[in-house]
Design a protein around this ligand. Sequence first.
Ligand code: ATP
Ligand code: MG
Length: 410
Amino acid sequence: MIKNKKISKFAISIVEELQKNKFQAYLVGGCVRDLMCGITPKDFDIATNATPNEIRKIFKASRIIGKRFKLVHIFNRSELIEVATFRSGTDEAKDGNLVTDHSGKILRDNIWGTLEQDTFRRDFTINALYYCPISRKIEDYNSGINHIHKKKIVSIGDPMKRFSEDPVRSLRAIRFSNKLDFKIDKDIKNAIYKKGHLLENISNARLFDEFCKIFLGGIAEKNFNKIVSFNLSRYLILTDSNSSDFSQQLIKEALKNTDKRVENNQSVTPGFLIAAMLWPELLRKSRGNKEINLRKFFRSMDQILREQQKITAIPRKFHSYIKDIWVLQLKLHSRIGKQPYKTFKHPRFRAAYDFLLIRERASSCYSDLGEWWTKFQRNNSASQKQQILNLKDVSEENSFKKFGFQEELI
Ligand code: ATP
Ligand code: MG
């Protein structure tokens, strides 16, 4: 049923090598699920009964990573394959290799087990399929194949307990159901409603990883809508309790834009989305008398990023990107003298211009600013000059302080 042609040769060679060394080894998880559903997997994971140290000895180009959950990364020039040792998911020895906190959240899981035990510690039945590319057999202890045919996301074990062990499973259930167009089992829906709040205790680093999977995979808008319907958006995004129509619309437009870029194989960055998600809050904090108070604007930028950091980590490299986009919004409103040329030369002009278009789309007020900049980029220098001269009469409008569409400032 599964075509080996669709599987990374490197991944198959790792399975072969482990089996040659008398270990069990299988492709597992998302890649088997995706292959069964006719989707090209984005990466290949392997599960084996070899321990991390044993794996390390077989593969020179490899590295043990993680503490909470030890894994081995095996590299070649262009690929990285993750190899995990089977886990038992229980701690009979009680020797500290499986640690949970008071809410039942698993803090560490490094107890090795058998293939069968390993299937039960996975999250959903469709993610617990093990495929051997040599014998071409699938091991399925939890009716995963049946659930793929029925297009259902089903938890392995009681979802209330499983989502307490790891609250991120709530977000994963939503993500997989949208990606595959599968229904979420009733028990899981209940567990999301009851245990979703435990996402508050998840580290910001892990939530940033999940944020990227949710919003940079090509179905950001669909994922966002479902996350909102389960009332979980606050665990990913700093949101204002009475967020305006504009703010909701801005997020939607930014997500649509991201999805379109993924579809067209253009690069996407979480920085752009975070900039959009936090923009209304930045304006709210910078409000002066009817207009934007620049001092507050500059002061609030870092403060807002710090608040978002408490929810999802934002790697350093995105901070300056986000702040550049924000500051450039002010500059795009200023079209006097040499300013437009300077703005245009800024290395992040393009992202800032895209951001402006999204603000305009989200706002119901008319603005000619985006169109003006669209022309400015296309025009030769004589026409650019003329464009600036034509604005003379409306120079009042160009003042820095008046920037922003009225609607954004409400
Ligand atoms: P994708 O890579 O498309 O997001 P995936 O299913 O491959 O989906 P990964 O996060 O790469 O997801 O994890 C690989 C496998 O590891 C999963 O299929 C699942 O079996 C197991 N797994 C991952 N995260 C969890 C979790 N939080 N709880 C239980 N099992 C998990
Ligand atoms: Mg995966």
